[in-house]
Unconditional design. Structure first.
Length: 221
């Protein structure tokens, strides 16, 4: 039997986009799942505790997993200390709630460093964590929201970064670029301030696509 294959719907290009600063660190994720859903053969959590929701209701025991871009990590098999940091802040991080919470692990000793004295975790989901909405745990930051723009307004936001420096680390004058979230296609794109036209293979080996296309739009994020 031959299956009918419909041509996919084409999203319109000229739609409002959300533009955030692209931070040069390493991709990281915290998964928070109920231990009741834990299956044999799955990697064990690096932390677990009772999850109390915003209404003070105990939701049961939840586990916490740390991820790099490519794999689960632990304090003994870490990525720039991210899993160790998650364990140290697990109680506070439970306030993120159930789901997969993506962000950038950056700062001291990672990529550009941004003249930071410590490492920081900045959540990607600006739609949830902007002022007036949910408040992230105190141990977390949020990637800077540069603005909402029409497609032809992105260059002005890039120029502002180029001239005035990083918003994530004020005073740092070598920001990496921006991430563009296209609201209709639900796809992320990156634009770099330097070497944007070069094929990815010509760039440094550790230049990862830190903003996964589904980042920030999974359950709980």
């Amino acid at each position: 039997m031959i299956e009918f294959l419909a041509f996919p719907k084409i999203p319109r290009m000229r739609r409002t986009v959300c533009v955030t600063e692209k931070i040069d660190g390493t991709n990281a994720c915290i998964q928070i799942r109920p231990m009741s859903a834990f299956e044999n053969g799955s990697p064990g959590p690096i932390a677990q505790d009772e999850l109390i929701d915003a209404h003070g209701v105990n939701q049961g025991i939840y586990g916490m997993w740390a991820q790099s871009r490519q794999q689960f990590i632990t304090p003994t098999k870490d990525n720039h200390g991210f899993a160790t940091w998650v364990c140290a802040n697990a109680k506070e991080l439970l306030a993120l709630g159930e789901g997969a919470h993506y962000g950038e692990w950056w700062g001291y000793g990672i990529q550009r460093g941004y003249i930071q004295q410590r490492k920081r975790f900045s959540l990607f989901n600006v739609a949830r964590w902007q002022p007036g909405r949910d408040t992230p745990p105190a141990c977390c930051d949020v990637v800077p929201l540069l603005g909402y723009a029409e497609h032809d307004g992105i260059d002005a936001l890039l120029d502002d970064l180029r001239v005035n420096g990083s918003k994530a680390a004020p005073g740092f004058m070598m920001p990496e670029g921006v991430i563009v979230w296209h609201t209709q296609s639900k796809q992320y794109y990156k634009i770099l301030l330097e070497n944007d036209a070069e094929p990815k293979g010509k760039k440094r080996r550790d230049d990862d696509d830190s903003y996964d296309p589904s980042a920030g739009y999974r359950n709980g994020t």
